[in-house]
Design a protein around this ligand. Structure first.
Ligand code: BGC
Length: 556
């Protein structure tokens, strides 16, 4: 493998390495293109805070429905939207993405991963057109709801698609690329808002909104040229299409041994899991065993919830106003800097996520973040209003963002793409993504009540809250998150079956699923996933059903 590919250093049992072809530049680029979808997520959540602060926007959208003239100091010529309208404009997006992500879980199994993302781009573009056309709150809100549904499709299914098509050795790095594009989206939104904010025509808000059309167009069009996930074809029993997809993704001839081996492995694993129906109810079966579906779904949803409880969006959604509250000048500039630190630090994870692993990043990243948060809180409380407290706040906010961007930002997405068995993978990723948006919404909604002057007025003490929730993140990662680096998604299933999260890092795969089915390998035994009972498995093995389709692959 070329040196530039940050591949995993996890040891593999003998004969295991040949399951996947070496990573080619082309295969790598195909996956990176899919990561571009993160731009939609980042830009869409980022542009609204700047637009709300624009004078032309206040003049155009304020006044009709609210008390006019407004006495609020931030009003423009007495024109300002009401608090309820502001909260609706901001939060309706998360509501749309929440439902979009959930629905995408079914859609991705019905029409395919790639097609769902393309459909998400189309829905998103319709929402953008409505927002651009809007001159009043009602149409803007409707447009953001529709666009949110599109972002929900894209954000849930991109992770699924990338995890399924990326070669295992670089899968973490590729999915981290998605987080990188989220951060670029956030930065671009801040820059575009800054550029148009002083215009006194509709271009001030229409330009930032309209630019998003381009991201969806690029992603949607580009995906037409990418293959569908081979695992989706296998789920539908179409092995020839799965072989062709794999051949395009791995840059190997469709009849090469690499493609045959990997296909056989995918099919073998699917066979083992195929008795599970893969409906929504199946996501909650299997009990609390580490390999049970319920345990995995709770893990994925909790991981995304904890990612939000690191407090990161306090900085990205309310940073500017918070910096003003504690008396810092240049609050807007500081926010731009934190957004830039976010972009600059994420690529570190491309390498560390494969070398150090997901679990290590989550544990040490949370320790880094909580340290910064408690320092900010303590100094801010003891020396409130002092220059020292101001500098500490700026410097440690940057360190905090550095820790988030290089660890929890990417790793939370990487892990949810890896922990679900194929029959419930689409729905598991969708539920986890929906959990991200739900907590994103909840935290975004309650935070102003904690820090606003006329409400909780917590000032720097709010970082005691984030420091405490980050401490929970350390405990959560240590006890519950398994190490999935360097394993195929099929081997992850096996690992969850055979070991506990705390020991998962040293687990070494010894037998491929294909070999297991053919009875090769010492101690090879069928795996237990979800609600598949041992009795059912034994029956299927006896009747030879499980080996049947592996033989079919040999004939593809
Ligand atoms: C989180 C977002 C956050 C972003 C910041 C993502 O992983 O899910 O809520 O705004 O990172 O880069």
């Amino acid at each position: 493998m070329p040196n530039w590919a940050p591949s995993s250093n996890r040891p593999q049992g003998e004969g295991i390495a040949r399951i996947e072809a070496p990573v080619t530049v082309r295969g790598y680029l195909l996956c990176i293109f899919a990561a571009f979808g993160g731009i939609l997520f980042g830009y869409d959540s980022g542009y609204i805070s700047g637009v709300l602060a624009m004078n032309y926007f206040k003049q155009e959208f304020g006044g009709m429905n609210s008390a006019c003239p407004s006495t609020d100091p931030t009003a423009y010529n007495g024109r300002l939207y009401s608090t309820a309208e502001k909260s609706l404009i901001v939060s309706i997006l998360s509501a749309g993405t929440f439902f979009g992500a959930l629905f995408a879980g079914s859609l991705a199994d019905w029409i395919g991963r790639r097609t769902t993302i393309i459909a998400g781009c189309a829905v998103f573009m319709a929402g953008v057109v409505m927002q651009v056309a809007s001159t009043a709150v009602a149409l803007l809100v409707a447009g953001r709801l529709i666009a949110g549904i599109g972002v929900g499709f894209v954000s849930a299914v991109i992770i699924l698609y990338m995890s399924e098509v990326a070669p295992k050795a670089v899968r973490g790095a590729i999915v981290s690329g998605y987080q990188f594009f989220i951060t670029i989206g956030l930065l671009l939104a801040a820059v575009v808002d800054h550029t148009t904010k002083d215009r006194m025509d509709s271009g001030s808000y229409r330009i930032p909104i309209a630019i998003q059309f381009a991201w969806a167009l690029i992603l949607g069009t580009g995906l037409f040229f990418l293959p569908e996930s081979p695992r989706y074809h296998i789920k539908n029993g179409d092995y020839s299409k799965a072989a062709r997809s794999l051949s395009t993704l791995r840059g190997q001839d469709v009849n090469s041994q690499y493609i045959r081996d990997e296909l056989a492995e995918l099919v073998a694993n699917h066979e083992l899991e195929s008795k599970m129906q893969g409906g929504w109810l199946d996501c909650f079966r299997g009990g609390w065993r580490p390999s049970g579906n319920l345990r995995r779904v709770v893990l994925g949803m909790a991981l995304q919830m904890m990612q939000q409880w690191t407090g990161v969006n306090f900085i990205f959604y309310y940073g500017t106003t918070f910096f003003q509250t504690v008396g810092l000048k240049n609050a807007f500039l500081i926010s731009m800097i934190t957004t830039a630190v976010n972009v600059g630090s994420t690529p570190i994870s491309f390498w560390t996520i494969e070398k150090l692993g997901r679990r290590t990043l989550l544990i040490y990243g949370a320790i880094g973040m909580l340290t910064c948060e408690f320092i900010i809180a303590a100094v801010g409380t003891v020396a409130e209003g002092s220059a020292t407290a101001g500098y500490i706040l700026i410097i440690f906010t940057c360190f905090y963002i550095f820790f988030f961007a290089s660890t929890w930002g990417p790793a939370a997405w990487v892990v949810i793409g890896e922990i679900f068995p194929l029959p419930i993978r689409a729905k598991g990723v969708a539920l986890s993504t929906a959990s991200n948006w739900l907590w994103n919404f909840v935290i975004g909604y309650v935070t102003p009540y904690m820090v606003d002057r006329d409400q909780g007025d917590m000032r720097s003490k709010v970082f005691f809250v984030w420091g405490s929730t980050c401490t929970l993140c350390v405990i959560f990662a240590y006890l519950l998150v398994p190490e999935t680096k360097g394993l195929s998604l099929e081997q992850v299933d096996r690992m969850l079956e055979e070991t506990v999260p705390r020991k998962s890092k040293s687990w070494v795969p010894r037998v491929t699923e294909t070999e297991r089915m053919r009875g090769v390998g010492a101690g090879a035994k069928p795996m237990e996933t979800g609600d598949t009972t041992s009795l059912e498995r034994e029956k299927r093995e006896e009747s030879g059903v499980m080996g049947e389709n592996v033989e079919r692959v040999d004939r593809v």
